[in-house]
Write a protein that binds this ligand. Structure first.
Ligand code: CS2
Ligand code: MG
Length: 408
């Protein structure tokens, strides 16, 4: 059998998604997530204009050979656009292979290593009262782990904080579909460094020691600021501090490690094992944060996580709403099968999105399971998708109070 059709679907049920659909000569279809938040059309074009014609006629079963063909063939390597495109092809081919085998994908990855996949929710609030309300709501839903983000006195809207008011499920979507340029936010690290330790102290006071607390620094601190912050929050026993400093400067994490035992997670903006080479071989991180969608797919992610396992490093796969339900399903099948699973990010998609993508994964008391449908277990309703026209969207640009561009 061979690959017969390669289609790129772009839809926008509340936010933009790019999905690759591959159909074999036997009529079996596979889906792959190709969504790159804020640069969706670049990946859609890479697939439609450059990759699709390379795939038609190929044996759909030759997944590793196709991966190498798409990685080495174009000569130019790595980067978020290329690796998201390769990821989409790879996910679709694994979806097809598992459907042909009549089993859920995790069975082809070695079978289940656990009963379910512990997930963490996104709790946020413009102030501590709103944050406390959100954490309470997630605990009532059975979550055992929450990422906590809160407003900082003196600053307006900042990363990760929903302004949709008290409640449990914030529809925090940072990519604004508003015209031809990004919105802008302001930031001051000193305010943040002085404010956050008290927030963690209040959370531990109010919620006790069992709750797994995660926090995302979102690339904003210098290495020495990150070292200070990681040391200051050590008493609050975080499950992880994420993106404490821009991770592409891998050796910067040596400074943070010297000052703190707060566990570190890095990598959601990485797209290759080489982005992690020093971080992993020197044990400068504790969790690998990449999304299957941005790192070359299931083939590449399994190799990356197996490499990390040798150094005692675990998975913490990226799972915000800008990873589609297809990319989320791929993560869950890997999460269930690998031995060095850490935790899975889970921002539930909105109702419109779940009309477009029919999923089979289930949530129960803080854990997800990918389900046992053949393949990834996700179907794309193309009629529903057609009802949501693409709208260009940009992630915000961040500036310091004096106007200097900073990491968002
Ligand atoms: C965040 C992401 O979930 C996270 O850890 O860092 O939501 C990130 O802001 C978005 O993926 C950007 O599109
Ligand atoms: Mg993050």
């Amino acid at each position: 059998m061979t690959i017969e059709l390669v289609d790129v679907n772009i839809t926008s049920p509340g936010r933009n998604f790019v999905t690759l659909k591959i159909t074999t000569s036997d009529g079996i279809t596979g889906l792959g997530d190709a969504t790159l938040n804020g640069r969706e059309l670049a990946v859609a074009s890479y697939l439609a204009d450059h990759v699709a014609s390379m795939l038609v006629g190929r044996d759909e079963d030759r997944i590793e050979d196709t991966w190498q063909y798409l990685y080495r063939g174009p000569y130019w390597r790595r980067g978020p656009v290329t690796m998201a495109a390769i990821a989409a092809v790879d996910m679709a081919l694994w979806d097809i292979k598992a459907k042909k085998a009549g089993m859920p994908l995790y069975q082809l990855l070695g079978g289940a290593s656990r009963e379910g996949v512990r997930v963490y929710a996104h709790a946020s609030g413009t102030d501590y009262a709103a944050l406390k309300n959100a954490i309470t709501g997630y605990e009532e839903l059975g979550y055992t782990a929450v990422r906590v983000q809160t407003g900082v006195p003196g600053l307006g809207q900042i990363y990760g904080v929903s302004s949709s008011g008290p409640g449990v499920r914030y529809d925090y979507e940072p990519a604004k579909r508003s015209g031809d340029r990004p919105s802008e936010e302001r930031w001051d690290t000193r305010n943040y460094l002085n404010h956050m330790p008290g927030v963690f102290a209040s959370i531990r006071e109010d919620f006790g020691s069992d709750l797994r607390i995660l926090h995302d620094g979102h690339h904003r601190m210098t290495p020495i600021e990150a070292a200070r912050f990681a040391k200051d929050i050590e008493p609050y026993d975080l499950f992880w501090l994420e993106d404490c400093t821009p991770g592409e400067d891998q050796t910067a994490l040596r400074l943070v490690r010297q000052h703190s035992t707060t566990p570190l997670a890095i990598g959601e903006v990485f797209n290759s094992v080489y982005d992690y080479q020093t971080l992993i071989t020197e044990r400068l991180i504790d969790y690998v944060r990449s999304a299957v969608t941005h790192t070359g797919g299931i083939t590449a992610m399994k190799k990356l996580l197996d490499f990390a396992a040798i150094y005692g490093i675990k998975s913490g796969i990226h799972g915000p709403t800008d990873i589609s339900p297809v990319g989320m399903a791929a993560a869950l099948h890997l999460d269930l099968a690998i031995h060095n699973f850490g935790i899975q990010e889970y921002m539930p998609h909105n109702a419109q999105t779940l009309e477009v993508f029919q999923t089979s994964f289930t949530f129960d008391k803080g854990f997800l399971h990918p389900g046992d449908n053949p393949g990834l277990g996700v179907e794309l309703d193309e009629d529903a998708a057609a009802g949501h026209e693409y709208t260009k969207a940009y992630l915000p640009v961040n500036r310091l109070l004096d106007g200097t561009v900073h990491d968002w």
